[in-house]
Design a protein around this ligand. Structure first.
Ligand code: NAP
Length: 433
């Protein structure tokens, strides 16, 4: 039985146990992977205990990747160059520190055809992951590397970091690597750079893997850039650590199997329903939630629970204030997992709300034909339909293109709510196959 684990600060969201335990299963080995939370003061003590228990080694994560170096006997050349250790091997009574993030990042970039040699690269952040990216850029002979920090004067002098304004001044970036937590769950609404900077980039690699599509990656994809997240890197660094612990060489097919298993549904497990008022989002959503054993959330209901009736908000504070409340509700809903989210008909007018929802959910447009809406929709309590049928027609025409723009799936809801829910389940099964 191989024993290994992860030592770090907060570990409750870690995917590492899943990756390593699956690796052992696929490789016909028996193993156990432990999560060991500790503060820096007790780091050495924890390592002593783990080593005494006969562990093959441990992975190290935030915030101990640098501090742990003081507790080691030998440090590998790549870990030494980076100044951070993410994997420790207990061998013949000695503690040897490695950095497999370096291998993981190289593997991610190679796999996506993102070349470093001769390229102009920008690395966001000045922590361990940024130092790892910088070491790789140097080894691969990138033509120019900018390490970008919010406070370059505080960053390690070795990094030669510059401020974010340097990105505005540069005219072309072949590869931008995000090595900051900006955009990571639960701060999913953040994007570390402006649209103008994204526009200058050819490719973007975000080391973040939860959510799978950060705001940065969504914007990059919309602008037609090459965009990849850090999930492959996470898997590759883990399997490289296994090579160090078990002696079994890194195998790409095993890495791919583990990666494919993790790709969905964790990052995009929500189902987000959009569509016109009266198209059936709430009813269909509740049926879906029941059928799939998902939770159910309704952004309009979330707003009313906190701020009172939507009609009153419109009357007393206006639509802009309502849209702001709706954006906040969308971001809260996007932080959930395995949840059906029913939204207000006008949410597609707020791009930031849709971006947040798309990060963690598959967006389904419930397309109810206009004639049915005209016969069925009760306009009372719907501030934007106070003008009656003509207003409903105008809204339908204005919003239809937006619904289609944001939808991953379009469902024609000409029948009953139950039929619509079944169609959605079928479509999602096809997508996730
Ligand atoms: P870290 O040591 O905490 O450094 C992150 C750096 O990002 C900080 O030094 C800071 O630099 C900057 N930063 C922090 N908060 C920010 C914010 N809200 N907005 C913009 N910049 C911010 O962390 P790390 O170990 O380098 O990891 C960085 C990211 O890479 C994390 O998201 C981590 O999950 C990810 N990562 C992924 C993998 C993988 O396998 N996929 C491996 C390693 C790391 P300045 O103050 O200088 O701006």
């Amino acid at each position: 039985m191989i024993k290994a684990g992860l030592i770090g600060g907060k570990l409750s969201h870690s995917l590492s146990p899943q990756i390593h335990e699956k690796y052992w299963r696929l490789s016909g080995m028996l193993g156990r992977y432990a999560l060991i939370e500790t503060d820096e003061r007790h780091l050495k003590e924890r390592l002593d205990e783990i080593q005494a228990l006969g562990f093959a080694g441990v992975n190290v994560t935030i915030p101990h990747k640098t501090a742990v170096m003081r507790c080691l006997d030998v440090i590998s050349p790549e870990a030494d160059a980076i100044g951070a250790v993410n994997t420790i091997h207990f061998r013949s009574g000695k503690r040897i520190g490695h950095n497999t993030d370096y291998f993981g990042l190289k593997s991610l970039l190679d796999r996506n055809g993102f070349t470093l040699t001769g390229s102009r690269v920008a690395i966001l952040g000045s922590g361990g992951a940024a130092r790892c990216a910088l070491a790789l850029c140097r080894d691969e002979q990138a033509a120019e590397v900018l390490v970008v920090s919010r406070s370059p004067e505080k960053a390690d002098a070795m990094l030669n970091a510059v401020g974010y304004e340097a990105l505005d001044a540069s005219d072309r970036i072949d590869l931008l690597i995000n090595a900051t937590p900006s955009g990571m769950f639960p701060h999913t609404g953040e994007c570390p750079v402006s649209d103008a900077v994204i526009q200058k980039c050819e490719n973007i690699a975000d080391m973040i893997y939860n959510p799978a599509r950060t705001l940065l990656l969504q914007k990059a994809a919309k602008l037609g850039k090459g965009a990849v997240n850090g999930l492959w890197m996470l898997c590759a660094q883990a399997i490289k650590a296994q090579e160090i612990w078990t002696g079994r060489p890194f195998e790409e097919p095993i890495c791919r199997t583990i990666y494919e298993g993790l790709k969905e549904p964790v990052p995009r497990s929500n189902i987000v329903l959009i569509g016109m008022p009266g198209s059936g989002k709430s009813t269909v959503g509740q049926i879906l939630a029941e059928r799939l054993f998902y939770r159910f959330a309704d952004t309009d209901a979330m707003i009313e629970a906190q701020h009172g009736l939507i009609q009153t908000i419109f009357d007393t504070q206006g639509e802009a204030v309502f849209r702001d409340m709706e954006l906040k509700a969308a971001r809260q809903a996007a932080c959930r997992q395995n949840c059906v989210v029913s939204t207000g008909g006008g949410i597609v007018q707020t791009g930031a709300a849709m971006d947040a929802l798309k990060e963690t959910g598959i967006v389904v447009y419930i397309d109810r034909p206009l004639e049915k809406l005209l016969n069925e929709v009760d306009i009372s309590g719907r501030p934007l339909l106070a003008g009656g049928r003509q207003q409903l027609i105008a809204l339908f025409q204005k919003r239809r293109a937006l619904y289609r723009q944001y939808a991953d799936v379009v469902i024609d809801n000409s029948g009953s709510a139950r039929q619509c829910a079944e169609q959605i389940i079928q479509k999602l099964e096809d997508i996730r196959k």
